[in-house]
Design a protein around this ligand. Structure first.
Ligand code: WTA
Length: 643
């Protein structure tokens, strides 16, 4: 375990709430007081903001580490995102503004989105016999049908498992087989920097290895030719045209799973994180309204893909349950030019922008002239998520994108927490670049030392003390792993991040302390990459480390030992990189592959990744006296220099 508990730098800059932003100080202090005086009553109040068909009888049943929130209650997530708006003016408000990479624009009002979701739900039940609790895999580009598919599953009580469109066939196979999905909803393809990514052909390869799949539904998006297997593959639009039936939302128990979302951990196998209906939706609705200070007129743009948790909570469930208008953009930020985001903001008059530090650092590098080409005055609030934002990037975002007029919410959370846990609520107090801020009202955070002692001023490990409504309820099919990963080190929930706190309880998140990398805001396990590497025939052994990268936060360096007698050909490095892209997905590609005769190991044979990381970063490697093969340090140094 590489402990990451040293602050990057001390940051004492305080940025006042911009003058034009209304103060929320009083309202926020009220919320903190309310939550502190009776936490469960506070969460009851938040849950009451949803529509329940049957009220709950017990707010929380806590059988550590398993929680039941709002037991006895019944509700439907799709009803709370759509049907609840049908009786008000929100019915005719825009729910989704979608812009394709090629420039096409499609708009859906809430009534239109409701119509398509309810009809697709009818197809799921009547044509495919999907029942509550069945799993459905969604493998789509960022198009409105991704939202339709998620909400249609939720409507009929099916558990969706969205797989990011950048994952390879073998990653898709693992996720389908682990969840035993019955259906895959995909598209012919998606666009990325002008070229087509053929999603359907990837699904064709995958379903060959997935016995649980009985049908594939295909959205025609790019229009290129795809193979349609008769009796197995169905055209989305044709299916939709078969019915005008509006399938009613099925009341689900509060604790029924709403979705599974796979995320990387410290072993080779991704974890299927389970979120349930009532608690998840309560926090999604509450935190979206509070953290983004959501107003009815806002045009809200969270740039995440629905394949990640940010896309689930802050593209779909949070904003739609609040009746907000959301922006969706399918493509890359630098297509056709590096000002695409700023063009979109100006064109659609975006008021709230929520994106990732890796994107902000890329924009910074591309230069100020790109945002300066466009009028960004519609923006009133900015957000950041996915990795620590360095103060320089924070200040650039504030100055160049926010024009010194928009508060920034730096939000810390995880797939497992379901929603935002830490931030500085906008308008409530001055902001400190580099500090995420305080726990949200209703959430209790403690920074602990290695031995579990609470740290009030200094650095340690980030934990969440009390159960919260949107907490993960488990890992699909693997409760033991759920317990050992999150609940065995301390009495509270251990997040896997290092953090520092000051006496006012403002928190600076320092990054992962386990073998999970964060590359461009995406979580990837070192073990996952290592097991892909050793599956490549020429490779005998592999160790992967993350090194600091100016844009992506971290970059992957792979050290590999080739099998006896295998030559290092000029193309071998590229072949290895491609292999990883095909085994996992492009997000897991190593930046460099080093072919070494040996790896630094302890006498018991454990690879010392800390030494590899130091060597690759050119930083001190620390104590190497416990190595069984100390000579390898100099040898690897030479290889790195030669590379
Ligand atoms: C990191 C994404 C610092 C952290 C929502 C966490 C952050 C992991 C921040 C979860 C932030 C997320 N500051 N680090 N504001 N937000 N992280 O599951 O290491 O994809 O554990 O969820 O991202 O990544 P995940």
């Amino acid at each position: 375990m590489t402990e990451n508990t040293t602050p990057r730098l001390s940051e004492d800059r305080l940025i006042n709430v911009p003058a034009g932003f209304p103060s929320t100080h009083y309202a926020v202090s009220q919320l903190f007081t309310e939550a502190a005086s009776d936490r469960l009553a506070f969460w009851d109040n938040q849950a009451r903001q949803l529509k329940w068909t049957t009220p709950w009888h017990t707010t929380l049943e806590w059988n550590r580490p398993f929680a039941s929130w709002f037991s006895g209650g019944r509700l439907n997530a799709s009803e709370n995102c759509l049907d609840v708006h049908m009786a008000s003016d929100t019915r005719n408000k825009l729910a989704v503004i979608w812009e394709g990479e090629g420039g096409a624009i499609t708009r859906y009002t809430y009534a239109e989105l409701h119509d398509e979701v309810a009809r697709f739900a009818s197809v799921l039940v009547n044509t495919f016999n999907i029942k509550p609790g069945d799993r459905v895999t969604i493998y789509l580009p960022l198009i409105p049908q991704a939202i339709v598919a998620m909400l249609a599953c939720a409507r009929v009580g099916a558990i969706h498992s969205v797989v990011f469109g950048g994952f390879s066939a073998s990653s898709l196979i693992d996720r389908i087989n682990d969840s035993q999905s019955r259906l895959v909803i995909t598209a012919d393809g998606g666009y990325r920097r002008g070229s087509v990514v053929g999603l359907k052909s990837i699904v064709d390869q995958a379903v060959e290895c997935c016995d649980s799949i009985s049908a594939v539904i295909v959205v025609r998006h790019t229009g290129h030719d795809v193979t349609m297997v008769s009796g197995r593959d169905f055209d989305y639009t044709e299916l939709l045209h078969t019915t005008h039936d509006h399938y009613p939302p099925i009341p689900m128990s509060s604790e029924d799973p709403l979705f599974i979302l796979y995320t990387s951990g410290t072993t080779g196998k991704p974890k299927g994180i389970i979120h349930t209906t009532g608690g998840y939706l309560t926090h999604a609705k509450y935190s979206t309204a509070l953290v983004f200070d959501l107003k009815p007129v806002d045009i809200y743009w969270c740039t995440a893909d629905v394949g990640w948790i940010t896309g689930h909570t802050y593209v779909v469930y949070g904003p739609l349950s609040n009746g907000a208008t959301i922006m969706l953009y399918e493509g890359a930020p630098d297509y056709p030019d590096k000002d695409r985001f700023w063009q979109i903001i100006n064109r659609h008059k975006i008021t709230i922008l929520y994106t990732a530090p890796t994107a902000i650092r890329a924009f910074m590098k591309w230069g100020d002239h790109y945002p300066h080409r466009h009028d960004l005055s519609s923006l009133r609030l900015l957000g950041s998520v996915g990795e620590p934002i360095n103060p320089e990037a924070w200040m650039w975002y504030f100055r160049e994108i926010g024009r010194n007029q928009c508060p920034i919410v730096d939000t810390w959370w995880q797939t497992e927490t379901g929603g935002i846990m830490i931030t500085t609520l906008p308008g409530s107090e001055p902001m400190r670049p580099g500090y995420a801020g305080k726990a949200l009202p209703g959430i209790t955070i403690e920074i602990l030392s290695d031995t579990g002692v609470r740290i009030q001023n200094g650095s340690g490990l980030l934990t969440i003390t009390d159960p919260w409504p949107s907490m993960a309820r488990g890992i699909w099919g693997d409760n033991e792993r759920f317990i050992s990963t999150y609940w065995s080190r301390f009495n509270s929930y251990f997040a896997g991040d290092g953090a520092a706190t000051d006496p006012e309880q403002s928190i600076m998140v320092l990054g992962r302390v386990d073998d999970v990398l964060n590359v461009a805001g995406h979580r990837i396990g070192t073990m996952e990459i290592e097991s892909a590497l050793v599956d490549f025939n020429p490779i005998a052994e592999a160790a992967v480390v993350g090194i600091t990268d100016d844009i992506k936060g971290q970059a992957i360096i792979a050290f590999t030992i080739l099998k006896e007698g295998h030559p290092i050909t000029p193309t071998l490095e590229a072949e290895v990189i491609n292999w990883v892209a095909t085994s996992i997905g492009a997000i897991a590609k190593p930046k460099r592959v080093i072919f070494t005769p040996d790896l630094p190991k302890t006498r018991s044979g454990k690879i010392m990744r800390r030494i590899l990381k130091g060597l690759a970063e050119g930083s001190p490697i620390g104590d190497s006296t416990t190595l069984a093969n100390p000579d390898i340090v100099e040898a690897i140094k030479d290889l790195l220099n030669k590379h």
